[in-house]
Design a protein around this ligand. Structure first.
Ligand SMILES: Cc1ncc(COP(=O)(O)O)c(C=O)c1O
Length: 303
């Protein structure tokens, strides 16, 4: 693997088939099962003010997902880390959205056996992508609670970060049709699962709750759980009926794409408590303060 230059592809950079390339050359085969069958896993880490946040956690989850889907890539963990640093260096970004992707690849012509494909690894760095930037958060995000069901965990393991997003994407269309800003979907028992790119938390009478399973175990979700323990805020991982969202004092989302994101309205109706709520605000402040803790930072090698 060559050493890519600082700012070589200023603004965005990718790693495809063993080399760093500009975004215009970041292409996959039409015949890759990652494209034709959503046969892929991925992970997304953030870079904030020149440092990756919790990169080790993202690498742990990515390598666990690779093994659960029986993927193998020609890079070990240290090399994947180097590739991700290379993408950010080549893009010369201080705040970035950094993705690593593995697809099944292209099996020999006519073959239907996934074991015959050579798995492919891709990575890229783009300017930081927000679920909603702070001004939009403070203007008040309206969350649509969709009746659509998240693909069942018995069908697709949600702890493997995956591209099975049609349920989430269609729920976003429903949200936009209603004038809402984003959406979350439920499980077969009508309990809150997750949304397009985030986990969901409800706060009632000082207690925070979030789905225990049937969701991606987000790295930001993990951060919120750890911070709540540190701050002495009671938090339970348990099933949350969707109806509890509208009755909550506070609702917030967690995502690498923006951290702790306060929700102002559920299906157009403002939540009762003050906005943003006191518990959301404490967790929001603690989430961003953690970015200054060297224990969670992996400073980008800008060369
Ligand atoms: C379906 C889903 N749930 C939850 C999350 C949040 O995970 P993280 O906190 O690791 O960004 C994501 C992130 O993209 C996601 O795609």
């Amino acid at each position: 693997m060559r050493q890519v230059g600082t700012g070589e592809f200023e603004g965005a950079a990718a790693f495809v088939d063993g080399d760093f390339v500009p975004p215009s050359e970041a292409k996959v085969s039409l015949f890759d099962w990652g494209f034709t069958r959503s046969d892929a896993t991925y992970d997304v880490a953030s870079v904030w003010k020149g440092a990756f946040f919790r990169l080790d956690d993202h690498l742990d989850r990515f390598f666990a997902s690779l093994s659960k889907l029986r993927f193998s890539i020609p890079y070990d963990r240290a090399q994947v880390r180097e590739i991700l640093h290379g993408c950010v260096r080549a893009a010369a970004l201080q705040d970035a959205y950094v993705a690593m992707v593995c697809t099944r690849g292209v099996p020999p012509r006519g073959a239907r056996d996934p074991r015959l494909a050579t798995n492919r690894f891709y990575a890229y760095a783009l300017p930081f992508v927000w679920i909603a930037p702070r001004d939009k958060q403070l203007a008040g995000i309206d969350l649509h609670v969709s009746r659509r069901q998240r693909i069942a965990p018995a069908s697709v393991d949600p702890t493997v970060k995956n591209y099975h997003w049609l349920d989430l994407v269609m729920s976003l269309h429903d949200a936009y049709d209603r004038g809402a800003d984003t959406s979350c979907v439920v499980d077969g028992q009508g309990r809150v699962t997750e949304g397009p790119g985030f986990n969901v938390f409800v706060v009632k009478d000082g207690v925070v709750r979030t789905a225990a399973d049937g969701v991606l175990h987000g790295i930001s979700r993990k951060t919120v759980i750890e911070l709540a323990a540190r701050l002495g805020i009671p938090l339970r991982e348990e099933a949350v009926p969707a109806a509890d969202l509208a009755r909550a004092d506070e609702v917030f989302l967690s995502s690498t794409g923006g951290g702790v994101l306060p929700i102002a309205k559920i299906d157009g109706v403002p939540l009762r408590g003050p906005f943003p709520g006191p518990i959301t605000t404490r967790l929001y402040d603690a989430y961003w303060a953690l970015h200054d803790d060297p224990a969670y930072a992996d400073v980008v090698n800008y060369g």
